[in-house]
Design a protein around this ligand. Structure first.
Ligand code: AGP
Length: 607
């Protein structure tokens, strides 16, 4: 996620901004910049790369103004380069803006502003905000910001500085975090507490659509209608390490709790007028007619997302799909050619096995669509088309939110293909899109009920082996649940198709064996209940995960974790989170290093 810092006071702003951005480096970024109000001018210094590169540029000519905004960019729209880095400047150079989030309607606003003669220089959504504020600016910066954010759709945390304003700057937020630091003769804004902790521990936590006006001796907060809002001061007593995790004990928990937001960020911008629009990916109905089979190729968690992808693309778009782990695919002389689409999935976009599988596919004439979380990564750059998962940086080695957004991206692809091939009726298409838009709320409910899972983990963390069993989409989900548990708690586990137990595995079930059953597929519920009875008859302890409507599961399982009544087709996006939480709590109970499990790296860039 991007990092924002702003300062107004008596001190030179530049070092405070850069120091604050350094405290936000953990959030991940690929470019950085600052804008300083200095004697009636806006000095903007920005560049691709690390903060050290920015510091080198700043040292050559350090602005000595006492008002400024700074930014570290995690690229979403537009690859990492100097032009796309923030701050962005308005048409006349009068306004500078930094932004964290995604402006979903930026294309429409861009066209409007261009029709008014505003020239754009970057590929970003953020630049729209700089020009829009200038468009509304008639001498009152606060008013201009309020009118602008009224026209924005999507998520934003904004810092806005103006050449005419020598004693004030403005900030606002919706869906992306932003806090106000309250100092003595100085005030701050930041995306997160660590950036300002050494200057003040007294903060305002801004609510959605609040606008804050900062002077060195005064901070005022207004709601979107211009009425002043009385804010309570929150005194931060975290240490810096805790603050980097926004108070969470681990990045993994922080990232699971970000799932509602990142699912919204990944899905909503791709739904326009009730239709799926896969950004600028041009796979036409004609192209789809020539695709005889889709291959999905990835590693680890991304591979497990691909297995879910197989079920949904085949079910909705009726195209045969073959899923392969990248390390196998590239060495098995795959029957891939110009009649195939290869979907490459990768959070980091740098996994070497997956990158080589991509190259092998292109060499054999296949078209490559990648689903990637890092803009400008190797896999993104070498693909014909990229559909980004806007999960933001994922710090914990164990992938959680990125997996959920990979599933979301695959649903978007499956729906788009189904619509273009006419394999889905309008009503089902529209209904499924509505279901996808409700996923963030469903995930909020799951995350609000962690206690059952935490309690179950506290009773069973000494388990020597655990089985994850499911049928259909739940079998695909079981694979991911099993990997999560293994990689962070070091407890051996297996994922099995429920119907496979009687073909051998059930010999391993004995008293106390843990069995986890995602059961979100109504048509297979009875079969899964029979499987639960089979393992319970041999002494297993069973935790089931199912929608609230499936009360009959309670009669079979020992513990049931309910998820909201989402449609079975999209249930994986919601039902995986209880399994992520289960793995997390088991690892915490065992005292494992949850964020940095032994032997593992966040991105496997070696074979
Ligand atoms: C998942 O929790 C692991 N970190 C690992 O399996 C990971 O999914 C795999 O290495 C693929 O990484 P990628 O998505 O960055 O390509």
């Amino acid at each position: 996620m991007c990092g924002i810092v702003g300062y107004i006071g008596e001190k030179v702003a530049t070092p405070i901004l850069i120091n604050g951005l350094k405290k936000l480096e953990y959030r991940g970024y690929d470019s950085a910049g600052i804008a300083i109000f200095d004697k009636g001018n806006l000095d903007v210094i920005k560049c691709k790369g690390r903060l050290a590169s920015l510091e080198e540029k700043v040292e050559k000519d350090t602005p000595d103004g006492t008002i400024g905004i700074g930014h570290t960019r995690w690229a979403t729209h537009g690859e990492p380069n100097d032009i796309n880095s923030h701050p962005h400047i308005s048409h006349s150079g009068k306004i500078a803006v930094v932004h964290n989030g995604i402006i979903e309607n930026y294309m429409k606003l861009k066209e409007f502003l261009q029709s008014k003669g505003f020239n754009f220089v970057s590929d970003t959504d953020t630049e729209v905000v700089a020009h829009l504020v200038e468009y509304h600016y008639k001498g009152d910066l606060v008013q201009a910001v309020m009118e602008s954010i009224n026209e924005l759709e999507g998520s934003y945390a904004l810092g806005v500085i103006c050449k005419d304003c020598s004693d004030v700057f403005v900030a606002a937020r919706k869906d992306s975090p932003l806090i106000v630091g309250l100092g003595k003769g100085e005030n701050f804004i930041a995306s997160d507490i660590p950036a300002i902790l050494e200057y003040t521990r007294d903060i305002y936590i801004l609510e959605d659509k609040e606008v804050v006006v900062l002077k060195k001796d005064e901070v005022q907060v207004f709601n979107i209608h211009g009425a002043e809002v009385k804010k309570d001061i929150f005194h931060v007593n975290w240490d810096v390490a805790a603050a980097e995790k926004s108070g969470y004990e681990h990045f993994m928990m922080k990232e699971m709790c970000e799932e509602p937001k990142v699912i919204r960020d990944t899905i909503n911008p791709r739904i326009k007028d009730g239709k799926i629009v896969l950004d600028d990916i041009k796979i036409t109905p004609e192209d789809l007619k020539n695709i005889e089979k889709v291959y999905i190729v990835a590693c680890g968690t991304a591979y497990h997302a691909g297995v879910v992808g197989k079920y949904i693309i085949e079910k909705l778009a009726r195209i045969p799909v073959e899923v392969d782990v990248a390390s196998e695919f590239r060495y098995r002389d795959p029957l891939v050619g110009d009649k195939n689409l290869v979907i490459i999935i990768s959070q980091s976009g740098e996994t070497i096995d997956t990158l080589f599988a991509l190259r092998e596919s292109k060499k054999r004439g296949a078209r490559v669509l990648s689903i990637v979380n890092v803009v400008g990564s190797s896999i993104a750059r070498e693909s014909h088309d990229v559909l980004y998962t806007w999960a933001g940086p994922e710090i914990a080695v164990a992938s959680t939110k990125a997996y959920n957004t990979q599933l979301a991206a695959l649903y978007l692809v499956a729906l788009d293909f189904a619509y273009k091939k006419g394999t889905m009726d309008e009503e089902a298409y529209a209904r499924t899109i509505e279901e996808l838009k409700n996923l963030p709320a469903a995930l909020e409910q799951v995350l609000a009920n962690k206690e059952v899972i935490q309690k179950f983990a506290s009773q069973h963390y000494n388990a020597k082996s655990t089985f994850f069993i499911g049928r259909g989409l739940d079998y695909a989900l079981s694979m991911e649940g099993s990997l999560k548990l293994k990689e962070i708690s070091y407890i051996h586990s297996e994922a099995y198709a429920g119907g496979e137990l009687k073909h051998g595995t059930i010999a391993l079930i004995e008293k106390g064996t843990l069995v986890i059953c995602p059961m979100t597929q109504e048509s297979l519920l009875e079969k899964m209940i029979s499987n639960i009875k089979e393992v319970k008859a041999r002494g297993a302890v069973v935790l089931a995960i199912t929608q609230e409507r499936n009360k009959e599961v309670e009669k079979a399982a020992d513990i049931v974790v309910y998820v909201p009544d989402v449609d079975s087709l999209i249930a994986p996006v919601v039902a995986v989170t209880p399994m992520q939480l289960f793995a997390y709590y088991m690892a915490v109970e065992k005292g494992c290093d949850v964020d940095k499990p032994r032997n593992l790296a966040k991105s496997v860039t070696v074979e």
